[in-house]
Design a protein around this ligand. Structure first.
Ligand code: F6P
Length: 367
């Protein structure tokens, strides 16, 4: 019997682009182990996302390279936000940087790749899709702590970040209680509020503010006063970094950017803390969790998801089914056409059950 099963793909390149997150190494291991041990494929590791592909910074990975990395945070390949497009990688507005795309095509050819596997969020998968128009074979994997990729129920990284954010909210409870303060905690999520909503509910936040629901400082003030009236001496406000006030929500992107640039606050948590103090007279502090959310070891759930998505990618490589992104649908691992996630953001729908859950336990969503 043959040691290896037959495979359409003989050699593929793999890169991690955009912001890192826990689970990237588990996914790399999943793809590479299955591809090499089952199908004898040759793996080319590309350094620092698309930068490495543009500059030809790549080397062959051997089984030792992807051994012992399941539990490791970050990415062994390095990551960057380098884009081969002049603007955001929008499909229509995305004027390509001819030199960079030409370099990518040249290096793809030089490295002898049959396919490029990209691990990333919306930007990375959109670029991947755009590169299929240039004649490259591409497969995508969905990673991001933001969980905002269309076409998959979950992206890996989200569950680990959720645990970190929930732990932070738990810790803030005790200090807020001791000092009878309001504490605002800012979590990542510029465009989508999944992380803040889930961590806010898991951590019992009293107010949760997400980009999808504009907040009214008057409603926030009323909610805090009513808690105080019930004898509750502290409150926790969970805010996504991209949350918007009712006024900001009405502005177009340009005006909003200008408005934010003119304020003296480094980020929304500080602005909101001041607004709350002005509105209620309550002592308020701000905490920005920042990159803690992206660091550290992946949770068991993320390891399982990343590994399964990785091995499913190897199966697509073996069958030569290119132009797809592996995905989770319910409890099944599946794949969708790369055009599905491209150029989109999966926002929290207003009717999502978790919003209703939050409201049902008395959490204010800022409205
Ligand atoms: O997309 C993941 C993410 O962590 C966002 O939540 C956050 O807004 C952004 O990346 C931060 O990006 P950078 O690593 O470029 O500072």
């Amino acid at each position: 019997m043959e040691k290896y099963q037959s495979s359409v793909t003989k050699t593929f390149g793999i890169l991690t682009a955009g912001g890192d997150c826990p689970g990237l190494n588990a996914a790399i291991r999943g793809v590479c182990r299955a591809a090499s041990s089952r199908y004898n494929m040759k793996v080319i590791g590309i350094a620092d996302g698309y930068r490495g592909l543009i500059e030809g910074d790549a080397r062959e990975l051997k089984p030792d390279d992807f051994s012992g990395i399941l539990t490791r945070g970050g990415t062994i390949l390095g990551a960057s936000r380098e884009k081969p497009f002049k603007e955001e990688p929008r499909l229509n507005a995305g004027e390509i940087e001819q030199d960079k795309v030409a370099a990518i095509k040249e290096n793809y050819r030089k490295l002898g790749l049959d396919c490029l596997v990209v691990l990333g969020g919306n930007g990375t998968n959109t670029i991947g899709y755009r590169l299929t128009w240039e004649g490259l074979n591409v497969l995508g994997l969905p990673k991001t702590i933001d969980n905002d990729i269309v076409g998959t129920d979950r992206s890996f990284g989200f569950n680990s970040a959720l645990a970190v954010a929930t732990d932070a909210i738990d810790r803030l409870h005790s200090t807020a209680q001791s000092h009878s303060r309001v504490i605002v905690i800012e979590l990542m999520g510029h465009k989508a509020g999944w992380l803040s909503l889930y961590a806010g509910v898991a951590g019992g936040g009293d107010i949760i503010l997400i980009p999808e629901i504009p907040y009214d400082i008057k409603s926030i003030g009323r909610h805090l006063q009513s808690r105080a009236g019930e004898g509750k001496r502290f409150s926790i406000v969970v805010v996504a970094e991209g949350a918007l006030s009712v006024d900001e929500f009405k502005m177009d992107k340009k005006d909003r950017k200008k408005y934010r640039a003119e304020t003296v606050y480094p980020s929304i948590a500080y602005r909101l803390a001041r607004e709350i103090e002005t509105e209620t007279g309550m002592e308020t502090r701000a905490t920005v969790l920042g990159y803690m959310q992206r660091g550290g070891i992946p949770s068991a759930t993320d390891r399982l998801l990343a590994t399964s998505l990785g091995t499913a990618t190897a199966e697509l490589l073996a069958r030569g089914e290119y132009g797809r992104m592996v995905a989770l649908a319910g409890d099944e691992i599946t794949s969708v056409d790369l055009s599905i996630p491209a150029d989109k953001v999966k926002s929290v729908p207003r009717e999502h059950y978790m919003i209703d859950t939050a409201l049902s336990v008395g959490t204010c969503m800022g409205e």
